[in-house]
Design a protein around this ligand. Structure first.
Ligand SMILES: *Cc1c(COP(=O)(O)O)cnc(C)c1O
Length: 368
């Protein structure tokens, strides 16, 4: 019997070693042993973030990390430019708005990346803008923004750059220091091969400066408390101890493979997903030049019923894919390929699609 293929953009499958780490007995989260785990995990996280900045480990999902990024660096009334290319960019903007920021959205057509020149125009148009929010990899549309180019523009204006890298960091190259990203957020259930429940956040010296003046309400997410406790190799509140054990092991596996190799593997896997889909006559939803190496979005064109396809793959092939979110519901389906994934996994997904598509009456455009 074949294993289930969980190919959604998070949660992603976890290696046995990682799962086993979570079955360990509890320890004192303020004891010597766990202090060592926090210290080691933080040091390894910095390698994956490619940063000398502080990296804080927060217990919560990725969205909690996004909220932490905002409430720790901004004050009510601050002007924020929210660059958005999909559902998660919109979410980042909404969090800022909810906490009283004056948000100027800069939206791009879904399936397309953000245009750095448009970011420059928006920053030129309003010198009062304090921070720029951007999604590195937009999971809802399968697009990776050119973060290096966007960051270069943001830093021309010396603005704070807050990055949602939840579905990219650990899988797609993001040298946090080289690209001058002030706060970068990731989440354990995406490319890290760890179950949901941890957010990792890097904080630059500029972000700490902004933090000192930031007045948005915060308690659980407060960076000052997190940093004060990290100096004692602790977290301010009881962390998800089992998930930290899991992350510690997953990071060892990652560093053993090597960050460059992991990034290269995701590039190969992403290519295999795109070429495989195109080979079946499917069309990619994302602008291919900016297509993500962690999630592939495919258009439900030519009368293809995306919901029925996802259901049939699940029921008959144990292949679990995602549909579209919000306005893309029924219009696309998505293959997640991040974390513990190889080209063989993608080949299995493609062959399940190859069997299922004709049965659902799908005829490639050229053959109609
Ligand atoms: C998954 C995801 C989120 C949300 O993370 P949660 O862990 O579900 O809160 C935010 N942004 C991006 C880009 C994501 O892929």
């Amino acid at each position: 019997m074949s294993m289930k293929q969980l190919r959604i953009p998070g949660p992603t499958p976890c290696p046995d070693k990682v799962l086993q780490a979570m079955s360990r007995q509890m320890v004192n989260h303020r004891g010597v042993e766990f202090a060592r785990t926090i210290e080691n995990t933080t040091a390894k996280l910095k390698q994956v973030f490619q940063t000398a900045n502080d990296v804080l480990l927060l217990t919560g999902s990725g969205t909690g990390g996004m909220e932490a990024a905002i409430v720790n660096t901004l004050s009510p009334g601050d002007k924020v430019l929210a660059v958005t290319i999909g559902v998660f960019g919109d979410r980042f903007a909404n969090i800022a708005r909810q906490f009283g920021a004056e948000v100027t959205p800069l939206s791009f057509e879904w399936g397309r990346p953000a245009d750095p020149d448009a970011v420059r125009s928006a920053l030129n148009a309003d010198p009062g803008i304090k921070a720029v929010l951007v999604t590195h990899n937009e999971t809802s549309t399968g697009v990776t923004n050119d973060l290096a180019a966007i960051s270069a523009v943001v830093k021309e204006f010396d603005k704070l750059l807050l990055v949602d890298a939840i579905s990219s960091l650990s899988s797609i190259d993001l040298p946090v220091d080289d690209w001058h990203c002030d706060v970068v957020v990731s989440g354990s259930q995406k490319g890290w091969m760890v179950p949901p429940g941890l957010a990792m956040v890097s904080v630059s010296p500029e972000a700490w400066k902004a933090h000192a003046a930031a007045r948005m309400p915060r308690f659980y997410w407060d960076f000052t408390r997190a940093k004060k406790f990290l100096e004692k190799k602790q977290t301010p509140w009881t962390p998800a101890v089992s998930l930290v054990f899991a992350l510690d092991v997953a990071l060892d596996m990652m560093l053993e493979e090597g960050l460059a190799s992991i990034i290269e593997r995701h590039a190969r896997v992403g290519r295999a997903a795109r070429e495989g889909a195109k080979g079946l006559g499917l069309s990619l939803f994302a602008d291919e030049k900016y297509a993500s190496n962690t999630v592939t979005a495919i258009s439900a064109a030519n009368g293809l019923d995306a919901k029925k396809l996802v259901r049939t793959l699940r029921e008959e092939h144990k292949v679990e894919l995602s549909g579209g979110q919000q306005s893309l519901e029924g219009k696309i389906f998505r293959i997640g390929h991040l974390g513990w994934v190889t080209e063989k996994d993608i080949a299995e997904v493609i062959s399940a699609l190859e069997i299922t598509l004709p049965r659902l009456g799908f005829v490639p455009a050229g053959l109609r």
